[in-house]
Design a protein. Structure first.
Ligand code: T5A
Length: 253
């Protein structure tokens, strides 16, 4: 039985990584096999492209080229990580996906909609998330959270943009949710982690019935094999998600 594909979207500091980890733990507790992943990144090739994009190295090349690089990363991620996991019956929980390109490069970067569409067709084909959770909160709260988490580190390519940019991001994500209500649910992410997690769980259970799917799943699929990324997470420390999942490989080996 094919797994389900859930994506998290929203602005900076909305709590996507935190909630992706919390949701994965909850799905795993039902006995479902779960893979948590992220974009840009989520596969070795895509992680290499992530560095180019978030360092700002590609910014001088323009928004079209950045959109192509996000699509190249997505192509590798879909082929190497997402599709194999779904075909193995696992649930894939992904921190950002194609809506981020529509919003950051399309709505904000003014990349032509036809190019965005073509890149989507090449990189994801007919893969559409079963559910997209759009974490929505006032811009100033999200930026404050990002700042706190970053500490003394330099803001990345997109965190460094101004408040007006982030407000437009918020509006663009809300517009996608309004256009595609069958796929997207807006989640009020401005409250505490547990309250947000409850809203998310309510949406996931209403739309995807994980309890029923876990009961139907063959026993062989129920315990995810080693390598399921979410297995590495302790439910109480979702903030360590990125560090745990995507630590750079040892270049000496
Ligand atoms: N991008 C990405 C594009 O331009 N195009 C694309 O196609 C794609 C895929 C990715 C960047 O790339 C851009 C968008 C991004 O700018 P990233 O480092 O992966 O960069 O950054 P983000 O996805 O923006 O992730 P962030 O880490 O900034 O935000 P999250 O994941 O939404 O937030 P999270 O969970 O890390 O939480 C941030 C802090 O807030 C706290 C957490 O503990 C953490 O400290 N927090 C809360 N505090 C209070 N209450 C809550 N409810 C909280 N939830 C979390």
């Amino acid at each position: 039985m094919r797994g389900k594909f859930i994506t998290f979207e929203g602005g900076e500091g909305a709590g996507k990584s935190t909630q992706a980890a919390m949701l994965a733990s909850r799905l795993e507790a039902l006995g479902l096999g779960v893979v948590v992943t992220r974009e840009p990144g989520g596969s070795p090739g895509a992680e290499a492209i992530r560095h180019v994009l978030l360092s700002g190295a590609a910014k001088p090349l323009g928004a079209d080229v950045e959109a192509m690089l996000f699509a190249a990363a997505r192509d590798d991620h879909v082929r190497c990580t997402i599709l194999p996991a779904l075909e193995a019956g696992k649930w894939v929980v992904c921190d950002r996906f194609a809506d981020s390109t529509r919003v950051y490069q399309g709505a904000l970067g003014k990349v032509d909609a036809r190019l965005i569409k073509s890149l989507e067709r090449v990189s994801i084909g007919d893969l559409v998330p079963d559910l997209t959770l759009i974490l929505d909160l006032p811009v100033e709260i999200g930026l404050e959270r990002s700042k706190e988490r970053r500490g003394d580190a330099t803001p990345d390519r997109f965190e460094a943009e101004g408040a007006d940019f982030h407000q437009k991001l918020r509006d663009a994500f809300r517009a996608i949710a309004a256009d595609e209500p069958q796929r997207c649910v807006i989640i009020d992410a401005g409250t505490g982690k547990e309250e947000v997690a409850k809203l998310i769980w309510d949406a996931v259970t209403a739309r995807l019935e994980p309890d029923r799917k876990a009961a139907e799943q063959p026993a062989a699929e129920q315990s995810a094999p080693a390598g399921t990324i979410a297995k590495k997470l302790a439910p109480e420390d979702p903030d360590d998600l990125a560090e745990e999942l995507f630590a750079p490989e040892d270049s000496s080996s």
